[in-house]
Design a protein around this ligand. Structure first.
Ligand SMILES: [Zn+2]
Length: 351
């Protein structure tokens, strides 16, 4: 019998798995192995193979070994103390803690990755799916409310273009759209305004495309540019970008808990949101592609838009961005970057 454990050792009982008799042993851990030593018992087991008993609050600790033998210790406190310090010393509590922390960090980054992909792909996907279920009348209501709000905020004023010129632009655009493949053009209605947002154009859900006098004047009424600009806005309508942006904002707001499933408050906020938001780069790319398609269908070189972008850029350089920037969805709010300009140039070269 050797019940007196030295420092680092633990007294326990060994059962060989065949006989009921207990053999007193001392346990210690060295070199990554559990050593079991007692009278006529001398065993070692690799720590990797040891299944440490769970630390329950009470009761005996029992360790089962692969060969059917077991170790029992009735002093659970002593066992826990020993296994925590000795078990830790050789196989490394640092390692285990690192493993635990590694696990926490891994789970945390997995969670962040899921959230990030939900944000980047999930939300736009969900928004498109929701928008696809919305009837066109919703777009109409949102668009009308937004235009009323833009008019009320005096961001735009009535057009001063002569009625004949407006009619000419309308007819030219209708004729251009009629040359698109049948059934591809969305419903639209041209609205003329003038005012603070400078040479500009924007589309609202439901089909309103607003064109400013300043734009018509800036491009000297050039039909090619006007068709290109309106084609871009038609693209936003075709892909329901405004509604998608709104629904996305609604999803994110709902997710943050600020708005919960209340469609009417979403509708009430629509004009404000549409006024403040800007389309994503992807949305602009899609709209540019529609613009190119409309121009090509009408034998217009996409280069026409390059000149327009340059003119807007020069305008921003001269006046600052404050005025046009008041309406994020408007074409001239953010000068086209080099990538977009290059896109029209490439389209012009290819056709
Ligand atoms: Zn746009």
């Amino acid at each position: 019998m050797n019940e007196h454990a030295l420092p680092g050792e633990l007294a326990a009982n060994f059962f060989d798995g065949e006989h009921a008799s207990a053999h007193p042993v001392r346990l210690h851990i060295r070199d990554g192995r559990l050593h079991i030593e007692g009278e006529a018992i001398q065993r070692t087991v690799a720590l990797a193979e040891v299944q440490w008993p769970e630390r329950t609050r009470h009761g005996m600790r029992m360790l089962h070994l692969a060969d059917g033998s077991s170790i029992q210790c009735s002093d659970s406190a002593a066992w826990d103390q020993w296994s925590a310090t000795e078990g830790g010393r050789s196989d490394g509590w640092v390692v285990r803690t690192q493993q635990r922390w590694g696990l926490v960090l891994a789970s945390l980054s997995a969670l962040l990755a899921i959230l990030a992909s939900a944000y980047v792909w999930g939300v736009p996907w969900l928004a498109s799916a929701i928008v696809a279920t919305l009837p066109a009348s919703v777009d109409q209501t949102v668009g009308e409310a937004t235009l009323a709000s833009i008019d009320a905020r005096a961001l735009v004023a009535p057009s001063h273009l002569p009625p004949a010129q407006r009619r000419g632009i309308r007819e030219a655009f209708d004729a251009a759209v009629a040359r698109l493949p049948a059934g591809t053009a969305p419903r639209y209605r041209l609205e003329f305004r003038s005012g603070k947002i400078g040479p500009n154009a924007f589309a609202l859900p439901g089909g309103a495309i607003v064109l400013t006098d300043e734009l018509v004047e800036c491009v000297k009424g050039e039909r090619a540019v006007i068709v290109g600009v309106l084609g871009h806005e038609l693209g936003h309508l075709q892909h329901r970008h405004g509604m998608r942006m709104l629904v996305q904002a609604g999803i994110l707001t709902a997710a943050s808990g600020a708005l919960w499933g209340d469609f009417s408050s979403l509708m009430a906020l629509a004009p404000v949101w549409l006024g403040q938001a800007a389309y994503s780069r992807d949305a602009e790319r899609e709209a540019d592609a529609e613009s190119v398609q409309l121009m090509l269908a009408n034998g217009i070189s996409p280069d026409a838009m390059v000149g327009f972008f340059r003119a807007v850029e020069a305008m921003h350089a001269g006046q600052g961005q404050a005025q046009a920037g008041q309406l994020g969805i408007a074409l001239a709010s953010h000068p086209a970057n080099d990538e977009r300009i290059a896109y029209f140039q490439r389209a012009a070269r290819q056709h």
